[in-house]
Structures are given as C-alpha cells and as structure tokens.
Design a protein. Structure first.
Length: 197
C-alpha cells in the first residue's frame, strides 16, 4: 500500500514537476525510486528494532538483580538465586524451515548458530525469577519465546532465568555488582570463585 502511494506521488506529482515526459520511462523510474525508498525504510525499521534489542543495563539493589537486554527483562531476587552456571546468550530470531533450498540453507545456518552459541556463554547467576518481554515489542517477544529454557531447569522442571553480569559490566565481580553478591549471597560468591578458578 505504501509502495503504491509512493509510486503514485512520484509518477503523478514529483517527476512531472521536474519536466519528465509522460510515458513508460517515467513509470519505470517512479517504480524504481519507490522501491529503493521502501527498501530503505524497511532496513531503517529493522535497524531500529535491532538497536532496541541491543540496549542493555544491569541494576543491583537490596531486592536483587535485574538485567534488561533491549526489550527483554530478566529479574532475580536474592532469595530466588539457586546457583552459578553457564548463561548462554539469547539467540536471534530463526525463521521457519521451508521446502526450498533457501529454507534448507536457513535451517543449516540456524543450526550452526545454535551450536556456536551453545558452546559459548558466560559464568553467571541462575535462579527462579521473572523473564519477560516488553508488551509493545513483538520482536523481543519472539526472541524470548525461542529462548525459554535455554539456561536449563530446576529440580521441579521449571525453566531457570540466567543473568550474566559481564554482558553489561566488565570484571563485574571486582566491582559493585560483586560486592552486592558477596553481601547478600556469600554462598553464591564462593561458588562463583570456585568455578572461575
């Protein structure tokens, strides 16, 4: 709809104003310009969505820790923290697998992406807390749905929430975040030191 409106404006109003002759050349030029502008707008929208997901901050308080990665929030109260473990990064959106060769290629790329990310990750804090996506961010909701359970489950089978402070703060254990952990959960601080070696 937006493409047709843009094509109509270019073809009917702007190009004649610059002295372009009527005819097939003008129609093709208007269609080409409209296509380029639409592609540019779509790419800009995708970039803005990605930037929204990449913004991160970590807050620590007497209640616990909260990590916000763009539109996804992970929150663990001190009493909800159950252990120290590997916190894998959230994987991005993966499309469905079609019957075409393009679908097979996408599936292969998604599999390689999953394998690489399963091998990576950071030592962080695991527990039974809150994990939610912003209600007004469908991209974040889709990413969250694809990542539920990526940090494992507890004894009851419920998915764990993982917070890796080094995703936001370098050398977090030597700073304020580590101070809070040592103060409120010395058992987890000792476990972190043991696993870090």
């Amino acid at each position: 709809m937006a493409f047709l409106l843009l094509w109509f404006i270019l073809n009917g109003l702007l190009l004649p104003a610059f002295g372009m002759e009527a005819g097939q050349a003008r129609l093709w030029l208007a269609a080409g310009i409209a296509a380029v502008v639409m592609i540019g707008l779509v790419l800009l929208w995708l970039k803005l969505q990605r930037m929204g997901l990449e913004q991160s901050w970590l807050s620590v308080s007497p209640q616990g820790m909260c990590l916000k990665d763009g539109g996804i929030t992970r929150e663990l109260r001190w009493e909800q923290m159950t252990g120290i473990g590997n916190v894998k990064p959230m994987r991005g959106i993966e499309g469905g697998i079609g019957g075409s060769s393009a679908g097979v290629g996408q599936a292969f790329a998604a599999g390689v992406n999953r394998a690489a990310q399963n091998l990576s990750g950071s030592l962080g804090i695991l527990g039974r807390g809150a994990l939610e996506a912003d209600a007004d961010n469908p991209l974040a909701q889709k990413v969250l749905a694809q990542n539920l359970g990526s940090w494992g489950t507890d004894a009851s089978g419920a998915p764990l929430v993982g917070i890796a402070p080094d995703a936001v703060v370098d050398d977090w254990y030597q700073g304020r975040v580590g101070d809070w952990l040592r103060r409120f959960r010395p058992d987890l601080a000792a476990e972190y030191e043991r696993q870090r070696g």
